[in-house]
Design a protein around this ligand. Structure first.
Ligand code: 4NP
Length: 159
């Protein structure tokens, strides 16, 4: 079992989209029994909330149902997951600080865009205060990076 955690700031836009895009690809490829996927936020403002409706609408238009409720990341996530994907550098820095509070951190902490092949972006931009195109960009980046990650996993080229 490979355990994946997507992390952004609020856990209502980018990281739940990452979780649901990845689950969508896993189901399509018959790999859903091999993975466990979750998402969390570095901040606690939206704990318990459903994904942002603008994000859900954009995902739905691509055939992806957005499930889940927001939670905050915690040090034990670094023991429970194999890979932790930070959506941007600020998330990465906040996660590195959370990792310091774990007794036995084993997760690989990475910037999600390290897996993007078709895009030049180094971060998944926060769409919260912008227009609909920002939510489309989030999904474009997530589809690119998630499919690349799965291909490398299949080819055993993750290092
Ligand atoms: P996310 O987007 O980090 O992709 O979930 C945001 C959601 C909420 C806020 C900022 C970003 N906020 O400031 O409340």
């Amino acid at each position: 079992m490979t355990r994946l955690l997507f992390v952004c700031l609020g856990n209502i836009c980018r990281s739940p989209a990452g979780e649901n895009v990845m689950n969508h690809l896993l189901e399509r490829e018959g790999l859903n029994t091999r993975f466990e996927v979750d998402s969390a936020g570095t901040a606690g403002y939206h704990i318990g909330n459903a994904p942002d409706l603008r994000m859900s609408k954009a995902a739905r238009a691509r055939g992806i149902a957005m499930k889940g409720r927001a939670r905050q990341v915690n040090p034990s996530d670094f023991e429970a997951f194999d890979w932790i994907f930070a959506m941007d550098r600020s998330n990465f820095e906040d996660l590195a600080a959370v990792r310091m509070r774990s007794d036995n951190p084993t997760a690989r902490l990475v910037l999600f865009c390290d897996f993007c092949e078709k895009h030049e972006e180094k971060e998944v931009p926060d769409p919260y205060y912008g227009g609909p195109e920002g939510f489309e960009k989030v999904l474009d980046l997530l589809e690119d990076g998630c499919s690349t990650f799965l291909r490398r996993w299949r080819e055993e080229k993750l290092d």
